[in-house]
Ligand binder design. Sequence first.
Ligand SMILES: Cc1ncc(COP(=O)(O)OP(=O)(O)O)c(N)n1
Ligand SMILES: Cc1ncsc1CCOP(=O)(O)O
Length: 514
Amino acid sequence: MVPAGSTLADIVSSAILGGVTIVQLREKTMSTQAFLTTARAVHQVTQRHNVPLLINDRIDVALAVDAEGVHIGQDDMPLATARRLLGPDKIIGVSVGSPDEAREAIEASADYLGIGPCFDTKTKSVRRDELTGPRGVRAIWEAALQAEGPVPARAVAIGGIGPSNAAHVLGYSRSMVLPGTQARALDGLAVVSAIMAAASPRAAAAQLAGQIRHAADVAWPALLRDPGSSSAEIVSAIADVFSSVRAPGAARPLVQHITNMVVINDSANACLALGGSPIMESLAADQQHLVPLASSLLVNIGTLDLAAMAGMRAAMRAAGEHHRPVVLDPVAVGATPTRRALVAELLEHHGACVVKANAGEVAALLGSAEVPMNGVDSVGGGFADPAAAVRRLSAMHRCVVAMTGRVDYVSNCAATVAVRNGHALQAEITGAGCMAGTAVAVFVGAARANPLLGALAGIVAINLAAEHAARRPDVHGPGSFRQALFDEMHALTRQHILDEAAIELVPGPNAVPL
Ligand SMILES: Cc1ncc(COP(=O)(O)OP(=O)(O)O)c(N)n1
Ligand SMILES: Cc1ncsc1CCOP(=O)(O)O
């Protein structure tokens, strides 16, 4: 992987200057003599920078160059033997791909775990069924944290991790906030190609270090931020978000949509009427150019085709790299295997900031049959405990969930808010739910520090507009309602929100056991 004209030691030095804090030398095919020569050269560099060097698999090489430690796999020398040979002071890391392996390694005193492989990678040949995904990383990490060993558990994730998914992997794999304990993130990420094959290893390492800081300092605290502690406080905070978009002279948030062909025009008009600026582009190749310019990304799977699916993946990759909030609308997710697999993949590989869904879609995502669907519509009486359902989905995917219905529920799993605005005519026009997704995307882009409030602002805004439209004397049914809805979105004011938002904080546990 070392490009012509440069040496491994040069790359390691430049990666450390970019922010790498520990180096592992992994050579699968070199002769022992060449491995020793390389290890000595790399060790000189790491020692100069005061960064530990670990040798993969080869205890003999680690001893010969007096490296700071080793990394061993499940098929390598047993940990106890490695410890005997290396002594108590050397670092020993162990690869784990299951909760059982994690428990065993912690009990046997591993200094850290390498959890994975998380995603597919060209660096190592792994079977599909061996890939843990971020959800598997989370399960393994939680098992490690619950295991009892002589040293506290530490871990990194490995496999296919780069700048577009690093923050997502760290956020998604956090152990859950169980009552009385803190959510715990992994201690870092292990990457090979994202640094070694980069044009500038220093810039690549710096970008990854930035993603790690973003995950810890920005994304996670934002997700769990309080919306306020009383209905009045929350309504006032929602009104502030609304005003930040609608203030005279404020730049209109650009919302990049990949949406369905049924609603595309209505969604673009709703975006404009609410104060946003819509762009609707599904071409995969354009996403890396468009998404960084946008304030948020809306992905709606309503009418699927292969090109749009490729566009969604590319757009969500770009959103991960550039920290753009993604609003995912999993339209009719339970209806077909393709929809189920796509949404599972998008949530697992990229993650969403907000999932906006109706009750039937929430049920499908939870794997529950409690709420049936008829095509894209949720039918029946909904969940017996809707707040618990949104909390559970929010905790499962580490995102805000906005569930639309007669009463809307919006949750970041630490707080859940019920919204009792809206009108029955919303269920009589196609695309009302999709427009709610657009409304959420407009305000989430403006409320990055608190996506729960952004989602609430979108839901309240479209619902109040619907109430206003339905009250108009010129509205006689779905057709005139649809037309009036755009006018009323446009005419909505901060004062309407302060006077008319009907929201309440739903009492409940702070976290949900998964
Ligand atoms: C940090 C880290 N985690 C996992 C591995 C993989 O090690 P192993 O299972 O021994 O597989 P190979 O590297 O030998 O292919 C690692 N090297 N580092
Ligand atoms: C060594 C190893 N172990 C599990 S995946 C992997 C390779 C990771 O490489 P990359 O960071 O290039 O995906």
